[in-house]
Design a protein around this ligand. Structure first.
Ligand SMILES: Nc1ncnc2c1ncn2[C@@H]1O[C@H](COP(=O)(O)OP(=O)(O)OP(=O)(O)O)[C@@H](O)[C@H]1O
Ligand SMILES: [Mg+2]
Length: 345
């Protein structure tokens, strides 16, 4: 699916429309947008009230006529029109005007590995609505691998794990392309959901949607590894009475609750390794796994993987923006194409 480097070099901007965050790279200007993929709409007038951080802060706090929507779900654009309106606002007037001045505007976008044609079409339509005449699609796994500086073009295996909000994608790459890959529909959202469910069932406590992150941070003496603090105090609302209440929760129990979604991720890694040719697996034992994506920052996840696989595990620098940074590198022409022409006699 990945477009040629030649075509990508001609693109003017690149977009990573994620389930959690939207990122835009503009050629010559760098990363100009990194905001939550959220929009708040007035349902009476249809007007857009807020986008990005500000709209996300409104979640769960709006009067009935304001609706907070997420136009990207599960890694796919589900509401094309809203995604376009959100992107227009996130880009801002100045940036939009400068892009509109380009005679034949070209855009690049990354789409999840193995995304279906309908999902790809939705991404293309969104960017066409923004004025792009042509849209190049790049596999997220390739974009992320380039963005974190993995030597993808060499004849040795590298393993990458993109831990997003909606899904985790794992792949073994060699000679610039994907050897085996797996997309597991479990990501940061599933981990957050597991924590919320645990508190509801074990402590009859409803946790406000935005308090999951502080809880994860509280868990991190060493997070999901066993050396963190044994308990922490959190505030929420009693399920039965509706009144505010705080409880002391056992971090070990939360760790167990998170384990269920993470088991699916471990299964996925196992599957990729089993399908991988033995020569490449031998390379991987030395090089290990590179983690990128926002959920790579989940405290202790790297250590858990290290224990489960016995391989070295690294977290990329700024893991959350690796995919869009990779697209940026390709747009700027900093990536040398790999020539695999037949040898002439
Ligand atoms: N410091 C952190 N600790 C734990 N989780 C984090 C942290 N920072 C971000 N996350 C999680 O990372 C996820 C967002 O990651 P990312 O920005 O890669 O997602 P995305 O690209 O929008 O999603 P996708 O690629 O699945 O469409 C969220 O689920 C968020 O909860
Ligand atoms: Mg992503």
């Amino acid at each position: 699916m990945t477009a040629s480097l030649e075509q990508l070099r001609r693109c003017h901007f690149a977009v990573d429309l994620g389930a959690a965050r939207t990122r835009v790279y503009v050629k010559g200007s760098g990363l100009v947008v990194d905001q939550p993929s959220v929009a708040a709409v007035n349902t009476r007038t249809g007007a857009l009230i807020a986008v990005g951080e500000f709209a996300e802060r409104m979640t769960g706090r709006t009067p009935h006529y304001i609706r907070v929507v997420r136009p990207v779900s599960g890694g796919t654009v589900v509401d094309i029109e809203m995604a376009q309106r959100m992107l227009r606002h996130l880009l801002g007037d100045k940036m939009r005007r400068s892009l509109r001045r380009k005679p034949r505007l070209r855009a690049a976008a990354c789409t999840p590995h193995d995304s279906d044609p309908l999902a790809q079409r939705a991404t293309i339509e969104t960017l066409v609505g923004l004025g792009a005449r042509r849209v190049e699609l790049v596999d997220t796994l390739i974009a992320a691998a380039v963005g974190c500086g993995l030597p993808v073009e060499r004849a040795e295996a590298t393993m990458i794990m993109v831990c997003g909000a909606a899904a985790t994608q794992v792949a073994v790459l060699s000679l610039g392309s994907i050897v085996t890959a797996e997309r597991i529909p479990v990501g940061g959202e599933a981990v957050d959901h597991a924590i919320v469910q645990h508190l509801r069932q074990q402590h009859a406590l409803t946790l406000p949607s935005q308090s999951v992150r502080p809880l994860q941070i509280a868990l991190s003496g060493n997070g999901i590894t066993s050396s963190g603090p044994t308990s922490t105090e959190i505030h929420g609302r009693d399920v039965a009475t509706g009144l505010p209440r705080s409880v002391r929760i056992d971090t070990a129990a939360v760790r167990d609750a998170i384990q269920t979604p993470l088991t699916a991720v471990l299964d996925g890694i196992g599957k990729v390794l089993r399908e991988c040719p033995p020569d490449l697996v031998a390379d991987l034992a030395d090089r290990g796994i590179m983690m990128v994506g926002g959920s790579a920052l989940l405290p202790g996840l790297d250590q858990m993987l290290r224990q489960a696989t016995g391989m070295p595990v690294h977290i990329a620098e700024r893991p959350d923006v690796c995919a869009v940074r990779g697209l940026g590198e390709m747009l700027e022409g900093r990536i040398e194409p790999l020539v695999l022409d037949p040898l002439s006699a």
